[in-house]
Design a protein around this ligand. Structure first.
Ligand SMILES: NC(=O)c1ccc[n+]([C@@H]2O[C@H](COP(=O)([O-])OP(=O)(O)OC[C@H]3O[C@@H](n4cnc5c(N)ncnc54)[C@H](O)[C@@H]3O)[C@@H](O)[C@H]2O)c1
Length: 256
């Protein structure tokens, strides 16, 4: 699937920080925002795919995204990455909190350490990134924050207790931050993807059978891919959604 051709002229020259932008859905967002004429920063733990993506985007648009290597499980690293993004881009108008790891955990195998580890990679950094970026957005008169949750927490999935907890928590976090930051014209919304077939999902978890089973449960009978998240995120970033905050947008092909 190719990126949608829609243009959002108000996004031109905006600063966009995308966590986990090096691969999967995040990489489609990096390309898409760059093609809208945004200045883009990627924060990701994985250097190789992120640098390759920066080269690809530079060849397409003439402007390389600003890559910041950071392990977002560490709060100090989150704060340093926010500072570096602000210094590199000049401004951050849009923050996309996308980085996560959907590792499977059997109930019996969960330890205090593995529980904390999962929440640090799937929930904690979203709060601390918002905390670091919000004062800057407030000073510049507003901004848009997009937090990646998942429909997984609503599907009674047995092997992802901590991930599901984190993704449900992101909805609560989104609503609380929307309440706090709304008076500063900072909008905070969440997107909840369904089964998005990325390279990592195929390598680790998905089979042709599981993909077909999910399509049976979708109204739309096709495989969803990373590019399917682009339109909703551009919309939430743009002034087209200027009155929309504290909302959750499900992009799952209509799972029933
Ligand atoms: N793919 C799906 O089916 C699906 C479904 C529902 C929700 N989501 C959500 O969408 C978002 C993107 O998912 P995806 O499938 O593209 O994931 P992905 O694993 O393909 O990409 C995640 C990115 O985050 C980065 N990352 C992981 N740990 C990090 C860390 N500690 N510090 C910094 N970066 C780190 C990875 O390097 C990677 O580039 C996630 O929030 C995920 O929970 C995905």
């Amino acid at each position: 699937m190719t990126l949608p051709s829609s243009q959002f002229p108000d996004l031109r020259n905006r600063g966009v920080l995308i966590t986990g932008g090096g691969s999967g859905i995040g990489s489609a967002l990096v390309e898409a925002f760059a093609r809208q004429g945004c200045r883009v920063a990627i924060v990701d733990i994985a250097a190789e795919p992120s640098r390759a993506l920066c080269e690809k985007v530079a060849a397409q648009t003439g402007q390389a995204p600003h890559f910041i290597q950071a392990d977002l499980r560490q709060v100090d690293a989150v704060r340093a990455a926010a500072d570096e993004a602000l210094a590199g881009l000049g401004s951050v108008d849009i923050l996309v909190n996308n980085a996560a790891r959907d590792d499977r955990q059997a109930l019996e195998a969960v330890t205090e350490e593995s529980w904390d580890e999962s929440l640090s990679v799937n929930l904690r950094h979203l709060f601390f990134m918002c905390q670091a970026i919000a004062p800057h957005m407030r000073r510049q008169g507003g901004g848009s924050i997009i937090n990646f949750s998942s429909i997984a927490f609503m599907l009674n999935m047995p092997d992802i207790p901590a991930y599901s907890t984190a993704k449900a928590g992101i909805v609560g976090l989104t609503k609380s931050l929307a309440g706090k930051l709304g008076p500063d014209n900072i909008r905070v919304n969440a997107v909840l993807p369904g089964m998005i077939v990325t390279e990592r999902q195929r390598r680790l978890w998905l089979t042709e059978e599981s993909i077909a089973r999910m399509q049976e449960r979708q109204c739309l009978k096709r495989m969803l891919v990373a590019e399917d998240l682009v339109g909703p995120c551009l919309f939430l970033a743009s002034d087209c959604s200027a009155a929309m905050t504290a909302q959750t947008m499900i992009i799952d092909g209509g799972v029933f």
